[in-house]
Design a protein around this ligand. Structure first.
Ligand code: PLP
Length: 386
């Protein structure tokens, strides 16, 4: 029995995932986990709650130290500055960086499908999406279309590229070589790179996370956004960090974070981040093993439905399922599964694909197994490819 097998009733806790999903339906859409966070985080938060005073927070030196040590020890990324910008989330971070580094009307390149808030951040800052669809397929694996990227980057209106490293929703963990090629193209065309590394702790055997900063060539302008929020299931505590290539760019981003009034964090986010990075490694490794087994379980279940190819999960807990065989749009199939299987996946349409669903496997195995047991007959029944 694993600690992650425990079923925790999240209904009635104002959970975005559970309390906006119809009763009786299993939600596998939004990207949070149904697991309790690491005990060290819970204990530290309890101590803070006991004190009972919740005034404004000053982020302590220990916070920066915990981040630096973690990334150096775990990922070989030496962060040689204390000037890390904190903000209440990666999405506010992205938006502030876009604001700092572009002007309305500029084009921003993303590898699509892409996390939906990339699209809204681009739009909300008056910029224009330049989509670079991933090459490949579930079977052969997804990759970056470098020729098209070079093409898009050579447009003088293209000023910035958003990378998702690892990539939500395809599950790819980009290799150092792949990141280097992207960086070289961006350097050639003087494009600014934002690397969203929120999923960086969740990688599986044979696929290590490479911090973009460790491959970025001299002269390339970049910023990385990261947070322990996905891996430690503390997204509701709202905290994330930004690091950029030099002090001048850090200052510009800091200005935009302040202009957007997203420059304050809460005490719980600070405490949870420190605990995660100082004491969370063992728990995290257990979690990764569990998620990897959940993915094996799902793959095994889908082996009887080869017409619905499952993308290789190298990172994240979000499985990208090709549903072309259903002959239905992703929105239609999502609604049908909710109705007939009592399972609510995420329609690929919000990420830019009408023939995929995204399935969040970060739940106890028994919950996943039950959900899949209900999904499979529906998928089989609607399949136009037998
Ligand atoms: C790639 C990516 N970036 C950012 C976020 C959200 O970040 P935050 O909640 O810190 O704003 C998510 C959430 O799923 C995500 O997948």
């Amino acid at each position: 029995m694993s600690r992650f097998d425990e079923i925790i009733d999240r209904r009635g806790t104002d959970s975005y995932k559970w309390d906006t999903t119809a009763p009786g339906v299993t939600p596998v859409w939004v990207a949070d986990m149904d697991f309790r966070t690491a005990p060290c985080i819970i204990e530290a938060l309890k101590r803070r709650v006991e004190q009972g005073v919740f005034g404004y927070t000053a982020v302590p030196e220990r916070y920066y130290r915990a981040i630096r040590h973690w990334f150096e020890r775990r990922h070989g990324w030496i962060i040689d500055t204390d000037k890390i910008i904190y903000t209440p989330g990666v999405v506010p971070a992205l938006s502030a960086i876009i604001k700092a580094m572009t002007r309305p009307g500029d084009k921003i390149i993303c590898q699509t499908p892409a996390y939906n808030c990339f699209f809204s951040s681009i739009r909300n800052n008056g910029c224009i999406l330049a989509a670079n669809p991933l090459a490949g397929s579930e079977g052969e694996g997804f990759s970056i279309d470098y020729d098209n990227l070079e093409n898009l980057a050579s447009d003088p209106a293209a000023k910035l590229l958003i990378l998702c490293n690892p990539h939500n929703p395809s599950g790819r963990v980009w290799t150092a070589d792949e990141l280097q090629r992207v960086a070289d193209i961006c350097l050639r065309h003087d494009m600014f790179v934002i690397s969203d590394e929120i999923h960086c702790e969740l990688t599986y055997p044979g696929h290590d996370y490479t911090p973009f900063a460790t491959v970025a060539p001299e002269g390339l302008r970049w910023a990385a956004c990261f947070s322990p929020s996905k891996a430690f299931n503390i997204a509701g505590l709202q905290i994330a960090n930004i690091l950029a290539c030099n002090e001048d760019i850090m200052a510009r981003i800091d200005r935009a974070v302040n202009d957007n009034e997203v420059c304050d964090v809460n005490p719980f986010g600070v405490i949870a981040t420190v605990e995660a990075y100082e004491n969370g490694a063992e728990w995290l490794d257990e979690l990764r093993d569990y998620l990897w087994s959940n993915y094996q379980y799902l793959k095994n279940t889908f082996s009887i439905l080869p017409q619905y190819p499952v993308a290789e999960l190298q990172g994240t807990y979000l499985v990208w399922l090709n549903i072309s065989a259903s002959g239905m749009s992703a929105d239609q199939l999502e609604a049908l599964l909710e109705d007939r299987a009592a399972v609510r996946p995420a329609s690929g349409s919000i990420y830019g694909s009408n023939d995929h669903l995204r399935i969040n496997i970060a739940c106890p195995r028994s919950v996943l197994a039950n959900a899949l047991d209900r999904m499979v007959p529906v998928l089989e029944a609607v399949s136009v490819v037998k």
